[in-house]
Design a protein around this ligand. Structure first.
Ligand code: ZN
Length: 335
């Protein structure tokens, strides 16, 4: 019985699973075979099921073509670690994934959900009692590919909107059809074409197929040059410090020199602009003339530093490294 597995696989569980067979509403026509119509009769539908097929819009859902598979990333911001589980719900047909993180059942509620790949929003609506998805966003990626984000607490995009990869589309929630009682999680699926449920595809993140049935992954979504470093030099160095100089490290980052006029300390921090959330070699240093250089060099996701030293009335040399770019100042800022 699935219930045992559900209870041991985390919080992405449905309450009151009945072990029912999932009905797939909608017509299924297989070429060369007798067309079969599976009618979504009310008596066939288990109201406890999370899934079943949401309505497709034939005007926007194109048949599969030979277009390349979209470059999917995790549906969460760069650097976040989430555990996906495809077997946590009896409503799952094949390769759907429920995502959770955090130590309690409600820990994920309100967390940001982002687009796994660029595309056009074709559904952004609460599904009511039509199916168990609750607040659903569906993104059409072209070539017959689409992705589904279900049970959302809030939706922040509308049907017809163009979204970029990594753009926020909503927040994790526990919405479903009336009467369903589920824990907050993100239900994620990828489909190719319209023949549900055979159109559900194995999810691929950052070029690697998800480790079915369960795997914990760190999101690379938005980690590239399009991402934004969530930290500032002032935050790294602390209160009282203000930026007095900076130098670009190519496109990989920026090294900042800060000064705290209340205690006469300088501070240096190197903030990355690329590979955000992924540990890469990053360095920041500060050398007060006549003293030993202070260096912070390591493998960091967002920044190196802070390195601080008392330097009132003395010249300092400062700099750092990110990616393949290095900056070294002369002795300066001698005041
Ligand atoms: Zn699910």
């Amino acid at each position: 019985m699935r219930l045992t597995g559900v209870l041991t696989t985390g919080f992405a569980l449905l309450v009151g699973l009945a072990g029912a067979t999932a009905a797939a509403p909608g017509a299924v026509a297989a070429t060369g075979l007798t067309a079969v119509t599976a009618t979504a009769a009310v008596t066939d539908y288990d109201p406890e099921l999370e899934g079943a097929d949401p309505p497709n819009d034939p005007s926007v859902e194109l048949p599969p073509t030979t277009l390349a598979t979209p470059s999917f990333q995790m549906p969460f911001p760069c650097g976040q670690s989430w555990t996906g589980n495809s077997s946590a719900s009896s409503a799952h047909q094949s390769w759907e994934i429920d995502f959770n993180r955090g130590g309690t059942a409600d820990a994920d509620k309100g967390d940001t959900v982002v687009a796994a790949a660029a595309g056009t929003v074709v559904i952004s609506a609460h599904q009511g009692s039509t199916n168990g998805y609750g607040n659903l966003v569906k993104i059409d990626h072209g070539g017959g590919w689409s992705s589904y984000y279900a049970h959302l607490d809030t939706r922040s995009v509308s049907a017809g909107a163009t979204v970029s990869q990594g753009q926020k589309i909503g927040t994790v929630g526990n919405t479903s059809k009336p009467g369903n009682n589920i824990s907050p999680h993100l239900h994620y699926e990828v489909r190719l074409g319209t023949s549900y449920p055979s159109n559900i595809q194995k999810a691929v993140f950052n070029g690697t197929t998800f480790g079915y049935p369960a795997q914990t992954l760190t999101s690379k979504n938005g980690c590239g040059s399009g991402g934004t470093n969530p930290y500032t030099a002032q935050e790294v160095c602390g209160s009282g410090y203000s930026v007095i100089d900076s130098a670009a490290l190519g496109t990989a980052g920026t090294v900042y020199l800060l000064y705290n006029s209340s205690n006469g300390y300088n501070c240096v921090a190197t903030l990355k602009k690329t590979s955000l959330g992924t540990d890469t070699a990053t360095t920041a240093y500060l050398e007060v003339q006549g003293k030993t250089r202070v260096t912070d060099s390591g493998s960091y996701g967002y920044y190196a530093g802070p390195v601080r030293a008392a330097a009132a009335g003395q010249c300092v040399k400062w700099g750092g490294k990110a990616g393949s770019s290095t900056y070294d100042s002369p002795f300066e800022h001698c005041g």
